[in-house]
Design a protein around this ligand. Structure first.
Ligand SMILES: Cc1ncc(C[n+]2csc(CCOP(=O)(O)OP(=O)(O)O)c2C)c(N)n1
Length: 202
C-alpha cells in the first residue's frame, strides 16, 4: 500500500526494526552515511550490514540526529540518514527544531517508534501516550515528515529521500522484537572506522 496522503500514527502498520533497516540498507548505493542511535537502533543497523559509513551510537540518548546533522553540514554532497528511537528523540526534541531551521537537503531522519524505552526494560514512552512524533517534527519546521504506512511505503519514502531534496522525516511504528545482534562495544574503533568510511582519516 502507498500512502498518497499523510496518515496518523494510529493508522501506520506496526513493522519490524531489523526488517526495515535491512530494506533501507539494501536501497543505499552512494556511500550514504547512516547513524544508528542508542537503544536497539544501532544493534539492528550492525546486524543488517557492517558498512564503514555506519556510525553506532553507544551511551548517549538523542545524539543520532545531532551527529547526522553535523555530517550532513560537513559533507553536503553525501546523503545522511539518522535512525533514532522514540525514547531518544523525546530526550532531544530541540534537535528537530535546529534541523527544521537549517533544513539540510541531504538529511533524512528515520524515527523508530515502539512506544517504549525497550533496551532498558520496555518502560512506556510518551509516544505511546499521545505524542505523535511526526506531528512534532512537522511543527518543528520539517514539512516533509510522514508515517510509513507499511513496508512498501517505507521503501518508497527511502528512495525519495535518497534522490530528492530533504530534509525528510520518516516515522515508523515498530514491534518490540529483540534486535538480531549486539553491536561490538568499542567506541574508539567505531569512531575510527566511521571517519575512514567518510574519507576524513587515512
Ligand atoms: C541520559 C540518559 N538517560 C538514560 C539512559 C539509559 N538508556 C539507554 S538507552 C535507553 C532507552 C532508549 O530508548 P529508545 O531510544 O526508544 O530505543 P529502544 O531501546 O526502544 O530501541 C535508556 C533509558 C542513557 N543512556 N542516557
Amino acid at each position: 500500500m502507498t500512502a498518497n496522503h499523510p496518515i496518523s500514527r494510529d493508522a501506520a502498520r506496526v513493522m519490524n526494526r531489523f526488517d526495515l533497516i535491512s530494506r533501507m540498507v539494501r536501497r543505499l548505493h552512494h556511500e550514504e552515511a547512516v547513524i544508528g542511535g542508542i537503544g536497539y537502533s544501532n544493534f539492528d543497523l550492525w546486524a543488517a550490514e557492517r558498512r564503514p559509513q555506519n556510525f553506532y551510537m553507544l551511551g548517549s540518548m538523542g545524539l543520532a540526529c545531532p551527529i547526522a546533522f553535523g555530517v550532513a553540514l560537513a559533507q553536503p554532497h553525501r546523503r545522511v540518514i539518522a535512525l533514532e528511537g522514540d525514547g531518544s528523540i523525546l530526550m532531544q526534541l530541540g534537535a528537530l527544531s535546529t534541523i527544521g531551521a537549517q533544513r539540510p537537503r541531504n538529511l533524512t531522519i528515520v524515527l523508530l517508534d515502539n512506544g517504549a524505552y525497550q533496551i532498558t526494560g520496555g518502560q512506556p514512552a510518551a509516544s505511546a501516550l499521545g505524542t505523535d512524533l511526526v506531528a512534532v517534527a512537522r511543527g518543528a519546521g520539517l514539512a516533509q515528515s510522514s508515517w510509513a504506512a507499511d513496508e512498501d511505503d517505507f521503501e518508497e519514502q527511502i528512495d525519495r529521500a535518497l534522490t530528492e531534496d530533504g530534509p525528510w522525516v520518516i516515522g515508523c511504528r515498530i514491534d518490540n522484537e529483540k534486535p538480531r545482534d549486539t553491536t561490538e562495544r568499542d567506541p574508539a574503533l567505531i569512531r575510527d572506522r566511521f571517519m575512514r568510511g567518510l574519507g576524513v582519516k587515512s
